[in-house]
Each structure stands twice: as structure tokens, then as C-alpha cells.
Ligand binder design. Sequence first.
Ligand SMILES: [Zn+2]
Ligand SMILES: [Zn+2]
Length: 283
Amino acid sequence: MKAHPLFQNRRVAIVTKHQKERAISPVFIENLGCIMTVVDEIDTDIFGTFNGKIDRVKNPMDTLKDKCIAGLDWLDGELGVASEGSFGPHPFIPFITANEEWMIFMDRKNGIEIMERSISTKTNFHQQEIGHLGELFSFAKRIGFPEHGIILKDTAEKAKHYFDKMHTYEALIEGFYRLKRVSSSIIAETDMRACYNPTRMAHIQELSQQLTNSILAECPQCQFPGFKVQHVISGLPCSFCETPTRKALKHIKECKKCGYMHTLTYPNGHRKADPGNCDRCNP
Ligand SMILES: [Zn+2]
Ligand SMILES: [Zn+2]
């Protein structure tokens, strides 16, 4: 176990109702030597849910901050960690489904706030209209039921009838027939709450590692934690026509305390971009 002088033996609140501590705690204990406490008293659903029962009003970064602060206020704590995810088309490759996760670490005593984001195409996020049991079974197999959960609901935009506590095939079949009695059409979707979705839980664990790496990265001038890339400057020239592309030309790290900056040109090790990424060669 490593220990960080700023965080060792200090209590860090994990604000979650969906057992995310299973993914987050081991990584934080291992990398920072802190003590983890779960705060599950906050109704995190009020900040918006994945299943559309409650719409999200703010962007994921602000939502996440609100959630973390609510947990810290409840505990009267200084250190907190919270995460937030969304699912849908990949932001850069629209035909692929992706899971975007955000995670924040806050230290209110030292004014530290570090946020990380990760996009993974390893997700079983899926939704399908179900006409008969055979379709439900193939859906269940496809998304990895019963290790991964399923939600059944009617097709109304704001579903009135909703089943999400089915952890066996017997319960799933029962849910299907109960819903069939009140709704002519049924939608099945993957339960994306972390505790019912091991694929997502693994992604949250990876993001915890990424976040602790950022926490451990210190400013070379003042040793403040979180010295990470804050700005990406695009414009890596095309290898064929020299036109600036959207690929990264520079990464700029910036210390949030003393303002020290470090610029890295050609951050990905290439001096030219593939013409496939060029709007002129490949419009
Ligand atoms: Zn600094
Ligand atoms: Zn070009």
C-alpha cells in the first residue's frame, strides 16, 4: 500500500447508493492510504437517473459536483469522491454505443477538486421492444442476465409500469407476464446501475485508477496534487496536405494552485496526422 502525506489516514466519503465502493475503495486505499466511508443516505436519484424516471437538468460535471457536496455536507466531511455515468452513442463514433463515466475527488480543506472522464465502448447498454418470451430470453442472454440486471417497462415515454428487481429467470418471467396484463407493448433494457452491472462496475474501477493517478501527479513548482492535462490544443498537421486536423497538437498541464503550466507538443508521439483525420483529404 502506498500512502500520500496529504491524504493518508484521512476519511474519504464515497457518495453512492449503488455500491460503487466495491470498485472505488480498494483503489483509493491502495494508492492514497486513506480511509473510505460510504455515504448512501443521499438520494442520488434526485440529481437524475439513467432510466429516465427523473430527467437530468444539469451537465454531468455539475451534477457530479452537487452530488459530492451533498454527501460531504451530510457527513460534515472534508474529502469526498463521487461518480456519474451516461450511456448512448459514442461522441466521436456515432454508430457505436459507449459508456461515459465521470468521477470527482474533492478535498474541501485544501481546496482540491480533480475530475476525470473516461469513455468505454465495453458496455452492454441495450434496449429492445419485447413481443414474446423467446425475445426476452435472447435479450437476457445477450446482456449477460442474471449477473447483469434487466428493467422491464411499458412503452410510454414516461413509463408508468416498471419492474427492476428481477434477479432470476423465474422473477423475469413473472415480471414479463405482470406487465403484459397492463401494457400491450413491453420494453426491456439493461439495468445500468453499477451494482447490477458488473461491466460498468469494472469501468468505474478503471476510472478510479485514472483518478488516483491524477491525484498523485504533483505540480513540479508547488507540489499541489492534480497536475494534469487541462487544455488540449488541436491542429496536428495532415501528413499529406499539412492542413491542421482536429487531432491533438499540444497538451497543456496547469496547476490549479500556482498556475504553473507545462506544454507538451506532439503528445501522442506523432508529428503528423493520418489523412483519414483530415477534413480536406477526407471531408
Ligand atoms: Zn503549482
Ligand atoms: Zn490532408
